[in-house]
Unconditional design. Structure first.
Lengths: 106, 106
DNA sequence: CTTGATTTATTGTGCATTGTGCAATATATA
DNA sequence: TATATATTGCACAATGCACAATAAATCAAG
């Protein structure tokens, strides 16, 4: 198991951080599309969430079904402490690399 | 060929942007170690550079050998316009995802 | 009411792409 | 021939990705 987060893993973790309590497959996908401009399939998203959970960077909790058509129980996902730390460090590494480099406008 | 840059690809491109004229295998490796804290093998670096060049994100030019022991010609590498644009967009996607999220201190 | 259609949600799976390092090779000076 | 710097050639592991299948809910005939 490597120490580093992949690019898509980082995007998914950022989506979780952003979504807080309302993070599950569909909202993660929508957030990625809306903010990152990234149209990912559910397969991509759920596979990644599964791997992140296996690494202990994310945990999940099954919600209650809702009384609407198709209201199957959602699997809510959230960052663990380790997950938040890993994300922070990965983003910090990018920031250190980009710091002071002209033409990148962060 | 995917549209998106991997995590290590982005780090390497950032190293190139930072190094400017003096980017080749060894300096890229040193920059990654010094700024990102990432100790990558030369195999990792050269493979990635090769793939980035195949995608047209990077170009290279063989330098002149130097009159020092082991002064074999270096292969200098630089970002193409497309490479710089791809890097900028990839970093911007992260920035948009991270924008306004507490606990990430960018 | 009960059975199939429809809707939201997640899982299973296989393959493509990226990440990684070891060993080999190339090319210079000593 | 030895030694130092630099690059290449693999082989394999990890991540990225989407299609199809499955699950679990409500709706709507008949």
């Amino acid at each position: 198991m490597p120490d580093y987060l992949g690019e898509f893993e980082q995007l998914v973790l950022l989506a979780l951080a952003r979504l807080g309590d309302d993070a599950y497959g569909v909202t993660v996908r929508d957030t990625l599309a809306a903010r990152a401009g990234r149209r990912a399939s559910f397969g991509a998203i759920y596979s990644t969430l599964r791997r992140l959970e296996a690494k202990g960077l994310v945990r999940s909790k099954l919600g209650d079904p809702e009384a609407v058509r198709g209201g199957r129980a959602k699997k809510y996902v959230m960052l663990t402490t380790r997950g938040r730390a890993a994300l922070r460090e990965a983003q910090a590494a990018f920031a250190r690399m980009a710091e002071g480099v002209p033409g990148l406008l962060r």
